[in-house]
Design a protein around this ligand. Sequence first.
Ligand SMILES: Cc1cc2nc3c(=O)[nH]c(=O)nc-3n(C[C@H](O)[C@H](O)[C@H](O)COP(=O)(O)OP(=O)(O)OC[C@H]3O[C@@H](n4cnc5c(N)ncnc54)[C@H](O)[C@@H]3O)c2cc1C
Length: 377
Amino acid sequence: MKNNFDAIIIGAGVVGAATGYYLAQLGLKIAIIEKDYPTAGSTGRCIGGVRQQFAHPPTIQLMIQSVKLLKEYQEELKWDIEWYQGGYLFLAHSEEKKESYLKAIRIQKEFNLPVNFLSPEECQKIVPDLNLEGLIGGVFCPTDGQVNPFKLTFSYLKEIKRKKGKIYTFQKVVEIKVKHSQIIGLKTDKNEYFSSPIIINCAGPYAKEIGKLVNLEIPVEPERHEAIVTEKIEPLFPCMIVDYREDGCYFVQKYKTGNIIGCYTPIPNIPGYSLDSSFEFFIEMPRRMARLIPKLKDVKILRQWAGSYEMTPDGNPIVGETPIKGFYLNCGMCGHGLMFAPAIGKALAYYIVKKEYLLPLQDFSLFRDFSKKEIMK
Ligand SMILES: Cc1cc2nc3c(=O)[nH]c(=O)nc-3n(C[C@H](O)[C@H](O)[C@H](O)COP(=O)(O)OP(=O)(O)OC[C@H]3O[C@@H](n4cnc5c(N)ncnc54)[C@H](O)[C@@H]3O)c2cc1C
């Protein structure tokens, strides 16, 4: 039959592409079905940061694996995905923040991460133009980094096609077929039917809508986050700078091009699917960046946009099996899907095909207790 596959992935963002890449590598005939074009969702709207500095041990383990894979991809995927290990610097402007970072460092050290709490002067050695006013110090991990989300996603897709996988674009999944609690296929808005015993929900902020097609409640809620990119300037700093104050922000200079790209988490959060840009962000974001690095005050903004974080009740992804046989989840990335994608895509693919846990995916199960929250947010 024409549209018969071993596994079908819904969504051609970085998570769907990574999952498909590893399933195809394990010998499955796969299809990815995308309602728009690849990277049209959150993936093409993210700022490209990859960090291992979390407080949740399973997340740290996954991120360490992602960093390892990203290093190897330069050769494996035969494309320059612009992976660069310039580090992440989390700034502390209060004793309370310093304490929470020190607590996280103790957990991270158990996994041999080279993280250290630095004095303001040591922070300035990494970011020479950093404003030290009110700064108590910062935590730095030199092996964190940045990657180009478009190049990473399209290099996975290129390899999937090389392995005879199919990518269907501009087709929305509108129906999922289940028989005796087992997945049998799906239908798109082009009235095309695809059959498969396995479907993986990689629909990012739309994961909950996909769940509704099989009467499954998936606790993933979209939240609007805006971002900005500046003109290219001379290299000023190598790392992602994170300021978690209520009126803080985070930004990184793209090492390959020199543009600075960044965003902040609005307070209060903005739930919903809106991708509108706001004038408030356009004014606020450059002001916050220039407060940290005064030298940026005359740098021109090229563009602003918005995307969705895909939030879960505890700030961690939802991955793995569901009560419907053959229906898997790889969603709810909570604004960290780019960095999760390599490890989480590989781990889920190995679980589906070999029932093998490469990494502690059990901790990301739909059936877990959602009451404990990630503190490195
Ligand atoms: C401003 C901003 C900055 C960010 N910065 C970072 C960062 O620095 N580092 C990081 O790791 N993460 C970052 N993120 C988060 C990251 O972008 C996401 O977590 C990640 O891209 C999620 O990937 P995904 O493949 O799960 O989802 P998506 O990229 O959204 O892909 C899901 C796809 O599913 C498709 N789809 C949905 N419904 C259907 C349907 N019914 N039929 C067919 N297709 C469907 C969508 O069109 C979409 O293309 C940021 C996000 C934003 C908004």
